[in-house]
Each structure stands twice: as structure tokens, then as C-alpha cells.
Design a protein around this ligand. Sequence first.
Ligand code: GDG
Length: 735
Amino acid sequence: MKRLIIVSNRLPVKIEKNDEKLEVIPSAGGLATGLKSYHKSNNSLWIGWPGLNAESRKEENQITTLLQKEACLPVFLNENLIENYYDGFSNTILWPLFHYFIEYCKFKEDFWQAYKKVNEIFAEAIIANANENDTVWVHDYQLMLVPEILKRKRPDLSIGFFLHIPFPSYEIIRILPWREEILNGVLGADLIGFHTYDYARHFISSVKRLLGHDVDFNKINLENRQIYIDVFPMGIDYKKFEDKALEIQTKPIQERSKEHQDIDRFLLSVPNRKLILSIDRLDYTKGIPARLKAFRHFLRNHPEYKERVSLIMLTVPSRVDVKQYQDLRSEVEKLVGSINGYYGTINWNPIIYFYRSMPFDNLIELYSSADIALLTPLRDGMNLVAKEFIASKINHKGVLILSEMAGASKELGEAIAVNPNNIGDVSNAIYKALIMSDEDQKKSITAMQDRITRYDVYKWASDFVEALHKTEEKQAEYQARKVSVSLKTKLKDAYENANQRVLFLDYDGTLQRFFDTPKAAVPDAELIRLLNILANDTNNELVLISGRDQQTLNEWFGDKNYTIIAEHGAWIKEKHANWRERNPKKSNWKENIRPILESYVDRTPGSLIEEKTHSLVWHYRKADIELGVLRALELRANVSNLISNQDLEILEGNKVIEIKVSGINKGSAAIEYLTDKTFDFLMAIGDDWTDEFLFKELPKNALTIKVGTDKSAAKYYVDSYKDVRTLLKSFIENN
Ligand code: GDG
């Protein structure tokens, strides 16, 4: 049976050594808390670092045995690797960069080497434990190279990757010295998931710009595979929070925990006292100093709230060995001290500060008792605390103030959204939250609860895994139609057994690779030799059928004994005959369209116009890819208005927009060519959608082959022009 293997830097539990005794303790952090519940109920295996450096082989074995009970498998890393891979590359390069804290990045080669090494170690551990066709789900920024290593070594595995932190804009990722390696690493996956559309769009844009891959909406077309990109906003274990909140609230007062009773007493000691809560790891991305300054601004501007409102701030120690985190702690503690010192009274501390983590029950007590959650990260992949606060509000009272820089803000539209950098804005939001009516609180809390209860962590995880299986099916369908070794033999047999063969071959992208400018794609000697041998066989008719202009094709192949169909069928030169225009039509339509295309050339650096007898073509292969696509859309809309009453049409090819006289296409040209001819072997090969006319119009028994991974009417697929050449070569080789 197929099994799911979850892979992340940390396991959902960590091993600690207390008094020489090994103990299993739940891990903190968003990924671990979120996915743990799904893992438990799905019979999966979780591979990750156990959080402790084993001192001996014996200890490693003990840890492995302890973790087996949790369906976990440890990856052991030594101290030096952890320092360079985790503290180093992951947390002083990728983490700050992806959260737009460029000034915190330290680009060090040693870090990179360790990151590569650890990713290899993880991949090896997966390979050693994965059965054939298992599903592997790799998590987060520490393991971005793992998908590529796995795909290379174990192509049978179905691989998903999910990034829990933001994916930054192209302008940021391009700074990274190892940007191509990181992107290629992730592209080993079959499905890549992000929390929000913005992150997905940044990723796609970086892949297009830095690697030059073709992207078709949310699908990246590599030469031999398709990779899907999608958005899966991570949810929480809603029921767990709701049930615990219910249990806590219905507990008789005397049975409540000491902490809970303290909170109750604190709130009751002053009439209408309010509690604001913030919970985060102590991390510079969470915007803690700015939040404190905003609270100070609020206290200054609203003295009427003296002794009536307190901010409980739980900051959980994190990455304590990294200097920026140590500096941040000092800054936060200084600010807390100065605010309490200035505004506090004998009976009241405006800020109640904790620097530690708390047991789950205490966390829920805080969530349920707080009137307001103030969550103001400067950047945050999602922010699960926001969702947990909402889920714990079983009495529908409470207000969420949420940074618009947190991924969660996309789903929690009813929260008070703030720009965390705008201290006045946050201070106003606090006031607004304090005076919000019960009715309004209920309305927004209920709306948010409805949403996050539906898309909880189980739904999130099962949606991802299901989408990954669907990708597998799509890949399988593509692979099934791919010209395999056995199919190649069948095609060769059919070729050899036939006496009257017709081969329709497109040129660019089919027989030849793409170049920056169309003129540069001159046929090489090897190709000419191959085509000549095919054409010289008296049983063959070789038809070059291309969108290219007639002059160039004539220059390149005019003296050969091939039939040439140029400009998508506007011109034909049958073997040994002269060129003939198929659908002569004279008009001055170009004079109206050319200036428009010229304006696009002016505004889109790198693009150019090509003129053919019956068409004008705008090429944007060399332009900035995103601008090119945008302009192509614009141009299409512009021109379609203009040509609506004329006998013209727009064709969109591979990085080209062609405006041409209508009714002329490769399909009709091929059919006309075949009239009165007999044949017992018909093959057509092409790469873009102008070739689809050909695939659709040819008789049913034609062997149609598409180059590339796009959806096609062709019967079979090959990956690239190289495979086309290999296939054709196999026809003329004697075995
Ligand atoms: C990363 C991304 C993304 C916190 N303090 C205690 C405690 N927690 C739990 C919370 C929550 C989790 O830790 C924190 O999750 P976040 O999502 O807020 O933040 P990160 O750890 O930075 O997580 C983040 C997440 O991955 C998931 O994709 O949302 O953007 O940065 O579950 O409840 N739990 C306990 N005691 C504490 O003191 N028991």
C-alpha cells in the first residue's frame, strides 16, 4: 500500500535529555502543532531532526526506538552541521531574506555547503525508507533542495513541497547567491503549495525570470514534466481548540488552574477591565517592538484606560543562539520595562510579560480570557495564533487585530486589519477594538469561525495530498502518451511496413530549438542530413509545415526535394515546383496594424516585428517575460477590436502574436496537399497550438505527435526537439 511520508526539519516531538534520561516532548511551532493531528490519524511516517545530538550509536538507537512509537524516524545531524545548516543557511539567510529583512542576511559559503549536505542526508533517509510509488510531502525552507534530489534518484515517488513562510518577490530572491539552485531544488516536486496567492505568484514570477521556464497559469512546463503550483492556506485543529475552550469555561471556578484563577481575579478586581493578548515566538519578523510602541502610543492618547487595560505578552524563546534574537530580546525587555515604569501604578502593570512557553491548557485559558488579540507581525507566512484565538472564542466575544502582512489576513477579512509599521494605525485599532459592541464582535467572530472551521488542518492536509495524487494522475496520463521505447519500435515498424509515407514536420521547437531571434534558427548540418535522407527515400513525401515566412524557408530549403508549406499555409512549394500562394488576398490591412505593433515594440524592450506575406508577427521571446505576457494580452484585446469586421484573425504561438488573413492554417493546407494523394503512413509532428489545426484536421489514422507538455489533440508526446530528431533517425537506421 502507498504510504505518506512527511518530512520536515523538526519532528512533531523532540527528544530532551534530563538527568541522563531521554524524554519525548511535543515540539512548539506552527508546522509541528498543525500537522501533528493529521499525522496521528493517517498512518504516515514522519522524518525529521529529533532536536538532540546523540552522544553515541547506542543513544541513537534509543532515540530511534522512542520515536518509533510516534511513527517518527530521526535524521541525526552533528553540531557543526546544525550550526551551519540550521542557524546558518536556514536562519541567517533564508529566513531573513524571505521575510524581507535583507540587512540580517549573512551570505556565507560554509552555510551553503552545510545546507546542501543536510538536504542530501534528508533525501538519503527518505530514499532508504520509501517504498515504490510512495508519496513524500516535504516541508519548509530548511529542505528546499530535497525535492530535486529525490526526483533525480527516485522518479517513482510522488513529491509535494509546502512552504510555510512567505515566498518573497523576485526583486528579493534575485539577491540570493544560490537562487537558481534553490528554485531548481523545489522544482523537483510535482506539486508546490503556498499559504497565499501572493507567495505563489512571486514564486512563479521568479521561476519564469530566473530559470526561463514556460508557465501556463499555475503549471510550470519543464521539458519532461509538469509541475503544479497551488494555494493551500493552512488551517488549525479547530475542534481541539474549541473543545478545550469549552472544557475550561465550563469548569467550576475552584477547579480551574492557578493561572486561570489569577487571570479571573485580575479581570474582576477592576470593573470592566480589558485584557489584550499577544503570542508569538520572539522573532524580529513578529513586529514585537513596534507593537509595544503602538501600545505606548495608545496609553499616551487614552489616559482614560489607565488601570483598565493590560497587554499580556507571551513571547516564546526561539533561536536563542543567534545574535539578532539576543538583541531583540534586550530591546523588547527594555521597552516593556520603560512602559511599565512610566505608566504603571501600584495596582497595575500595563504589560504583563512572559518570556517562556506555556502548556497547551494555559494557552487556551489566555485565548478564552482575552478580549482582544493583537497580532502585528511585519511579515508572517500565515500566523496560526490568529486562527487559534478565533476558534477558542466559544462565547463569540472578542476582537482580532491582525497585521495585513500575515498570510492569515487573506482569510480573516472580518478582523481589524492594520499596517504594523504604522504605530498610530495600530493604536487606533486598539481603541476601536475596545469600544466594539458585543453585537459587532459576534458578527465578525462567527463569520471567521465559519470559515476556519471548514478549512481546518485535516482539510488542508488532505486537500494537499489529494491534489498531489491528482497531479500524479495527470503526469501518468502524459507519460502514457509519451513516445516510449516500445512505442518507438511500433512507430518504426509501421514506418518500415509502409510504401507511401507522408511526414508533416513543423520547424521551430519541433526540429530545431528556439533562439532569441527567429533568423538565428538556421538549420544545422546534422538536421539537413537527416531531412535529406528521409526526403531522398522514394517512398517518402517530406512536408515542412511552418509558420515561418516564405523567403526564409526558401533560402534554407528551397533547393531541397521537400514540400514546403510556409506562413501557416499561406504559401506552398510542392516538391520540385514553384511557390504558389494558396489564398491570394491583397489589401492594405497591414498599414493599419503595423503602427500598433510598433507602439508595442517601443513599450516592450526586446520585442520585435516580423512581416510575412499574409501576416504581421509580434515576437516577445527576448522581452521581460512578465511584461511580454501582459503586453500580449493587451495587444490581443486591442487588435481584436480593430479586426472584428475584416477577414483577419489572431494566432497566439510560442511567445508570438500573429495577425493574419483568416482561413489559412496548417490544417486546411495539409488537407489540400493530401487531396488526390494516396498514403499508408501519415505522421505529423508539431510543438505549439498552431499545429493543433494540423492534428485535428488530419485523418483519424494519422500518427500525431506533440512536442512539449501542453494539452494537445495529438495522440502522442515527446519532450523536446531532440526526441523528434532521435525518432526520425531511428526510421532511417538499420538495426
Ligand atoms: C511558521 C510560520 C505559519 C506558541 N506559543 C506557545 C505555543 N505556540 C504555538 C501556537 C501556534 C504555533 O506555536 C505558532 O504558530 P505561528 O503560525 O503563529 O508561527 P511560526 O512558529 O512562526 O510558524 C507561520 C506556520 O509556520 C504554519 O505554516 O503560520 O507564518 O512562520 O500553533 O499555538 N504552544 C504552546 N505554548 C506556547 O507557549 N503550547
